[in-house]
Design a protein around this ligand. Structure first.
Ligand code: LLP
Length: 428
């Protein structure tokens, strides 16, 4: 028996009557009505993941702020909001999306190294729970804007703990030479700074050392460091009462050992829990990744003589992670292969005019035919949110399945609509 669907959580994606379903809905049925490619998310799986984290972390009093950069669709945000989540945002756009989904300001944490004055002002206007400030320059700007508004901003200092997250270099954020956070060595400057700042209340510390972290060890090191810094700043007279542990919890794209909610809870319990601080985490990927797939059609099975290419109608503009981070997404046929089907080696590519438009190489799949469909697994995080219109391609639609029903939660943004975005100068 081929184990092709091993990275698809069985609670959400299963073969039924020979074809892959999301919960009770056949992916073929959605594809027939909508065309391919499209993203498909399982509402049941989203709830299951959120509840697993909430159950592990609630006893430690840890608040969950979904890092919506992983998946910012309004329907997904509403689903998490109704479970009690807040959000972690990184732009004025994400602020607007959170508010529009009914997540109030007091459940929003605003992170990011380059918040503009306009973004800080909008955040203060909506009464955000916390601004995670990443430099003294930003701290002064927040103070000035808060003064103009006549408010006191709730601020956490994002610390750069100089801990190696042991992940891909492009998503490492907690090393000294990354642009993120305030170097621990600079914290002495606070004593002078703080006296001059009347409109910020520094009530917390925060860190986020990277993404797709598979081991508890670097997290434990960062949390321990944060706890020490919080204690130290408190001793120096700052009203520190919160510790924001960031996100970064990895998921098994290739079947690696998972960083479970329980092991995360243990890491928190061993380091910062029970010391009188309000705790928060900012998980993105881990809540949404395996609840989503990208469904694509096979346009050609190209016989190149010495090898075969599966040319899909999905491309790097739809899912950029393989091209950008050498990421792996399992490729699974929608038609259930026979248990004894022979496997053929393929390189799986999209139609875009560059060689980086490759989803995977040398993978073994049953004999595929043009017109068949495949899914790219574990695509619920950083898939749709990182998609683009490169090569004048449509933005793929997003679909949410809940039990036996499905709904389009973002329609296809087709080329006619995109042409309408452009404006030709009058004088042309
Ligand atoms: N908090 C902060 C401050 C962050 O910068 C991030 C992610 C998160 C939370 C959520 O991290 P997560 O739990 O999802 O790992 N586009 C890349 C991932 C970039 C992550 C950036 N920051 C990818 O597709 O792998």
């Amino acid at each position: 028996m081929h184990d092709l669907s091993r990275r698809l959580p069985a609670s959400a994606f299963r073969y039924q009557n020979g074809s892959l379903h999301c919960e009770g809905v056949a992916l073929d049925a959605i594809a027939d009505s909508l065309g391919t490619p499209f993203y498909c998310y399982s509402a049941g799986r989203l709830r299951e993941r959120y509840r697993a984290f909430a159950a592990a972390l609630a006893p430690l009093g840890v608040g969950i702020h979904f890092a919506m950069k992983a998946n910012g669709n309004q329907a997904v945000l509403k689903l998490f909001a109704s479970e009690g989540a807040g959000t972690d945002i990184v732009s004025g756009g994400e602020l607007a999306r959170s508010l529009a989904a009914g997540i109030p300001g007091d459940r929003i944490i605003f992170s990011g190294v380059g918040k503009t004055a306009a973004e800080i002002d909008a955040a203060l206007a909506s009464g955000v729970h916390q601004l995670n400030v990443e430099s003294f320059e930003e701290l002064r700007l927040v103070d000035a804007i808060a003064a103009r508004r006549g408010v006191v901003a709730s601020v956490a200092l994002r610390i750069n703990p100089d801990v190696d997250a042991e992940t891909h270099a492009k998503i490492t954020t907690g090393k000294k030479d990354n642009k993120f956070g305030i170097d621990v060595a600079l914290l002495d400057r606070l004593d002078n700074e703080v006296k001059a700042l009347q409109n910020v209340r520094i009530l917390g510390v925060a860190a986020h050392i990277g993404s797709q972290i598979m081991k508890a060890t670097p997290l434990i090191a960062a949390y321990r460091r944060l706890g020490e810094i919080a204690d130290d700043l408190k001793r120096r007279g700052l009203p520190i009462e919160r510790i924001d542990l960031g996100g970064g919890f990895g998921i098994p794209y290739r079947g690696e050992a998972e960083l479970t909610p329980a092991s995360l809870a243990t890491a928190i319990a061993q380091t910062v829990a029970g010391r009188g601080y309000h705790l928060a985490v900012e998980p993105g990927r881990t809540l949404v990744a395996d609840a989503g797939v990208l469904v694509a059609g096979v346009t050609y099975v190209k016989d190149a003589g010495h090898m075969r290419f599966l040319v899909l109608d999905a491309a790097m503009n739809d899912l950029v992670r393989p091209a950008m981070y050498d990421a792996h997404h399992d490729i699974v046929p929608v038609n259930e292969p026979a248990a004894d089907a022979d496997l053929t080696e393929y390189d799986v590519v999209g139609p875009i005019c560059e060689s980086s438009d490759t989803f995977d190489k040398h993978i073994r799949l049953p004999e595929m035919r043009a017109g068949e469909r495949v899914v790219l697994a574990t695509a619920g995080a950083y898939g749709a949110t990182m998609s683009s219109t490169y090569n004048a391609r449509a933005l793929a639609p997003e679909v949410l399945v809940d039990g036996n029903r499905f709904a389009v939660i973002r329609r296809r943004i087709d080329i006619a609509e995109q042409i309408g975005w452009d404006q030709v100068p009058e004088w042309m």
